[in-house]
Write a protein that binds this ligand. Structure first.
Ligand SMILES: CC(C)(COP(=O)(O)OP(=O)(O)OC[C@H]1O[C@@H](n2cnc3c(N)ncnc32)[C@H](O)[C@@H]1OP(=O)(O)O)[C@@H](O)C(=O)NCCC(=O)NCCS
Length: 148
């Protein structure tokens, strides 16, 4: 099995949207990804054996990286691909002279919180009611990592 990273293109949006809809209760829309591409955010996809397996969207400016989306297709989770994507994003941020990286994650998302903790992120705060949820709102945990 071979994996490779490449930049996301408009032609990827159907596949990205299909993955997104399965793995999130409140997925990003196609427009969110199109806007990210248009804004020049760092949008990358991970292919495994030529198939779209995951993707990450990162905004990097003024020495700070903000990881906005990191996702692995449902059938391919827990096989190391999320770690591969995250390692790529960390190196990308360093290459773009970011000193810190931060992200928000749903409080209930134990898988993602464990992934980020494993890669050296610390939980530094809570944003109350940051995310939409089925009944009301859900808090976000803010996590950061120093890159230097
Ligand atoms: C979070 C996500 C990206 C992880 O990707 P993945 O490919 O499954 O992660 P990996 O296989 O690289 O796992 C690395 C580590 O993360 C942690 N982890 C991943 N999935 C986990 C789970 N379901 N439960 C607990 N820990 C988990 C573990 O520490 C794991 O190491 P281990 O398998 O040796 O125990 C993936 O579950 C996903 O796409 N989820 C839906 C989208 C999402 O929530 N994205 C994050 C938004 S902030």
């Amino acid at each position: 099995m071979t994996t490779r990273m490449r930049q996301m293109e408009a032609a990827d949006l159907d596949g990205v949207e299909a993955i997104e809809r399965v793995i999130y209760s409140h997925p990003w829309t196609r427009g969110n990804f199109a806007d990210s591409l248009a804004a020049g955010y760092h949008c990358w996809v991970l292919e495994r054996d030529g198939q779209l397996a995951g993707y990450a969207v990162t905004m990097i400016a003024a020495g700070e990286a903000h990881l906005l989306n990191l996702s692995v297709a449902a059938p391919l989770q827990r096989q190391g691909l999320g770690s591969e994507l995250l390692r790529f994003v960390l190196q990308l941020a360093r290459d773009c002279a970011a000193v810190t990286i931060y992200l928000e994650v749903r409080e209930s998302n134990t898988a993602a919180r464990a992934l980020y903790a494993r890669h050296g992120f610390s939980e530094v705060g809570v944003r109350k009611g940051y995310y939409p949820a089925t009944a009301s709102r859900e808090d976000a945990v803010t996590m950061t990592k120093v890159l230097i």
